[in-house]
Design a protein around this ligand. Sequence first.
Ligand SMILES: NC(=O)C1=CN([C@@H]2O[C@H](COP(=O)(O)OP(=O)(O)OC[C@H]3O[C@@H](n4cnc5c(N)ncnc54)[C@H](O)[C@@H]3O)[C@@H](O)[C@H]2O)C=CC1
Ligand SMILES: O=C(O)C(=O)Cc1ccc(O)cc1
Length: 307
Amino acid sequence: MTDKVHFDRIAIIGAGLIGSSVARAVMRAGAAGTLVVSDRDEAVLSEAEKLGFAHEFTVNAREAAQDADLVVIAVPVGAMASVGVTIAPVLKAGAIVTDVGSVKEGVFKALEPLLPGNVHLIPGHPVAGTEQSGPSAGFASLFDGRWCIITPPQGVDEGALEKLTKLWEAMGSKVEIMTAQHHDLVLAITSHVPHLIAYNIVGTASDLEEVTRSEVIKYSAGGFRDFTRIAASDPTMWRDVFLNNKDAVLEMLGRFSEDLTALQRAIRWGDGDALFDLFTRTRDIRRRIIDAGQDEEAADFGRHHEE
Ligand SMILES: NC(=O)C1=CN([C@@H]2O[C@H](COP(=O)(O)OP(=O)(O)OC[C@H]3O[C@@H](n4cnc5c(N)ncnc54)[C@H](O)[C@@H]3O)[C@@H](O)[C@H]2O)C=CC1
Ligand SMILES: O=C(O)C(=O)Cc1ccc(O)cc1
């Protein structure tokens, strides 16, 4: 039995889906003496306060970060730097600063020059979420059994890394360590490009003429419905993901469009074997995901939450 992880003061900046879920999971784990949550949006903060998932609430990120042993930045990727500028002057020596952003290399490059040299910046990404946003969409079990990828910089303080790892484990996650660059490449194909495809197909449907569009809605079968769930994801968050993981997304999109062209040819020339072979290979990937226990948990969480 390992010692229970504990921080005297944890500050979470950003009280949306992920920040509020981290707050609830920290409380569930009893991992903070004091948990303070901050959001610059007063409406979000008062909703968070009503939900009561932390000990203290403030619109002032600097006040939240003051004296914190751990600061978790849970804002859209494009807003990380502005939070860094705000909190840098008050960070305690030896504090751990982490984030939950969906892109890792850009976030590290944006934050690292802003923070004092005596704090430990160790980025992270819980690979768990839903298409919803805001404090009421969060829940304590979001990270249970899901991966959290931590991307420590070279020369990281091992004690700080171990403490952060233990916190994610206490919040229910399985932790994997990799470089930020590798994370961004893997997530480009498993998460970012799939979201772009969903935005694109739903966008194409919404551009159809009125009559056809209403039929798309009326007859939407499983496939299209699943895309609309993903394409309902937060516009600010996803704009920032694509602007900050440009190279890896463009690399994967290049491969994707080559493969799409090959499929187009197979359809045009009636190459049924090519189609059948691909569809057989892809079915195997689905089976392997289910065998690994990584099936539709996030989607189910999202759906349960809508009910
Ligand atoms: N939505 C998802 O499924 C997942 C999201 N992420 C990452 O988590 C981060 C947060 O995403 P969500 O919680 O979904 O977004 P959200 O939209 O639910 O919450 C973000 C919150 O940050 C606040 N905020 C924005 N700029 C701020 C600033 N400068 N100072 C203080 N607060 C600020 C907003 O008012 C908002 O309440 C993003 O970086 C995203 O890439 C990671 C895993 C899953
Ligand atoms: O809702 C879904 O299906 C998701 O894919 C959630 C999600 C969104 C962004 C992430 O960085 C991680 C998970």
